[in-house]
Design a protein. Structure first.
Length: 538
């Protein structure tokens, strides 16, 4: 039965691809080649490093810690990137008489989609150990088994963590806190290292990481240890794998019985707070209808969307956590990053907001988007209203970033705040232009509740990958001119030209997007109305 369900899913995906332009597949292929090509190079580097006989003592000393890093990346990388890979939509599959054991097996196998690149590196590392004369092919019976058990442990643990985190992120009031906690877990060690944590304390953690009790150390001992240590290490790794299996099955079973709608339900007051209502109505007071009404509607909808709120919080928190260590490491020294820290973080926040706003502007409307084609309102007004709402949240995000930076030792001045707003506003013109074109050419329905998914996929991601650097190029040239000529006048002149060009590009893209939307209105509504199959990709 599970094979039939997944085959139906594959046929639906293949039909969609064949019905679309074949040129769109080129974007996905290019991205895959770049991404997995990079990790293939790392796999060859690991193979070359571990096959060196002169590094035998270093390999024995550092292999447990290297495997610990692999385990941490496997579990935390999907969370930090706000995407958790392909998964089963349990609410749809419960209608079929499929054994839960089979469902769990498929869920575990789908965890490969989150970190398939790690398997490449582990394969290269295993081949390097076998080719190393200091170890040799006599370990052929130990290395593959140990790596297979280690990979199975990580797959089972990832399946359990995904089920647990998805339930927590669906609870009202917890999703934003959980997002911050998960991001802190991923970057806190690095942040502590550059903010003055004594190196002695950090190095004191290394012996604990090499303790054979841990699964990564047990894997290293099983592969490279003395013959007397192989069986105890193998037994330890098997026990850890069994614990991960129990944890994964337990969390998966709880997710089967979990009611998402009940967890997200809340008692709403009949009367909206006057302060919040007044803020929502500000655009209607400043803009004429219907644009004012469209902006107000967009503001209300996005604020109530869990997925948008999560990304908004990540914009002024995760961006700071990512870039702050680079500035603190060179504290007191001037560098392009430290001198333009606020602008860099603002552009990063602008990038994150794109996945839930301008990259796929009709995504949250889904089938309701047909109203835009039926109502007696020009379509360009609809796009303009959505763009204005996105710009409002972008500037609110930059304001939040500036407020947080004012409490950090990074030397933020009022001039830097004004510069961040100016450069981000100019970059927004280009990004909105690209987003409008992408929204009508590659629309995709988005679920407001699924907080672990991005806003673009397939060909749309390829479009973003190719055009995003082009959109930021005018702003980058302004900073390059200021650095090369050491002149604020040159910086302002190029920004002025970039703003004028961005306005022209925006209106040209708007006309093209409106024309395309009229020609493809049936296709757009059909794509936004289509539901997901039994397997979803986040």
């Amino acid at each position: 039965m599970i094979r039939a369900i997944l085959r139906a899913q594959w046929l639906s995906m293949r039909t969609f691809r064949l019905a679309s332009s074949r040129r769109g597949a080129v974007f996905s292929v290019v991205i895959a080649v770049f991404w997995y090509g990079f990790w293939t190079v790392l796999a060859f580097a690991a193979e070359a490093l571990l096959s060196s006989p002169g590094l035998r003592s270093e390999i024995l000393a550092w292999m447990p810690l290297a495997l610990a890093g692999v385990c941490a990346y496997w579990q935390l990388a999907p969370l930090a990137s706000a995407t958790m890979g392909a998964s089963l939509d349990l609410r749809k599959l419960l209608l079929y008489p499929v054994p839960r054991r089979a469902l769990f097996t498929v869920e575990v196998l789908l965890r490969i989609t989150t970190c398939a690149e790690v398997l490449l590196v582990l394969t290269g590392a295993g081949i390097g150990i076998l080719r190393n004369p200091a170890f040799g092919w006599r370990l052929i019976g130990r290395v593959p088994v140990a790596l297979a058990l280690f990979a199975t442990f990580n797959l089972l643990l990832a399946a359990g963590l995904r089920s647990l985190i998805e339930r927590l992120l669906n609870r009202r009031g917890l999703r934003e806190v959980m997002a911050l906690v998960l991001m802190l877990v991923g970057v806190l060690p690095r942040l502590l290292m550059v903010t003055g944590l004594p190196a002695r304390r950090i190095s004191g953690l290394f012996p604990a990481g090499r303790n054979p009790f841990w699964p990564w150390a047990a894997t290293a001992h099983m592969m490279l240890g003395e013959p007397a240590r192989v069986l105890p290490a193998a037994a330890t790794l098997v026990i850890w794998t069994a614990v991960a299996y129990w944890f994964g099955r337990w969390q998966f079973t709880r997710s089967l019985r979990y009611d998402v709608q009940a967890a997200q339900a809340s008692v709403s007051s009949m009367k909206e707070r006057s302060f919040a209502s007044g803020l929502y109505r500000l655009p209607s007071m400043l803009l004429r209808d219907p644009i004012g009404a469209l902006v107000e509607k967009e503001l209300r909808c996005l604020v109530r969307t869990p997925r948008f709120r999560l990304v908004f919080v990540m914009g002024f928190s995760f961006g700071l956590i990512v870039w702050l260590p680079m500035v603190l490491r060179g504290r007191g020294a001037h560098s392009p990053l430290s001198d333009n820290f606020l602008a860099v973080v603002s552009i990063y926040a602008l990038t994150l907001l794109g996945q839930v706003t301008y990259w796929n502007t009709f995504g949250f409307d889904r089938s309701a988007a047909q109203l835009y084609f039926l109502a007696p309102v020009a379509l360009w007004r609809t796009l303009a209203g959505k763009n204005i709402a996105a710009a409002i949240f972008i500037f609110l995000e930059i304001g939040a970033v500036s407020a947080v930076c004012s409490f950090l030792p990074v030397g933020i001045s009022p001039g830097m705040v004004a510069e961040a707003f100016l450069t981000a506003g100019i970059a927004t013109l280009y990004l909105l232009a690209i987003g409008n074109l992408g929204s009508v050419n590659y629309p995709r329905a988005m679920s407001p509740q699924r907080v672990g998914a991005g806003g673009a996929r397939g060909r749309a991601q390829g479009l973003i990958f190719l055009l995003y650097p082009v959109a930021l190029l005018p702003v980058f040239l302004a900073y390059l001119a200021r650095y090369a000529f050491n002149s604020q006048l040159a910086f302002c002149a190029i920004l002025a030209m970039a703003a004028a060009l961005g306005t022209t590009v925006y209106w040209m893209a708007m006309e093209s997007a409106v024309s395309t939307a009229r020609q493809r209105r049936e296709t757009i509504v059909a794509e936004l109305s289509s539901g997901e199959g039994p397997m979803i990709s986040e």
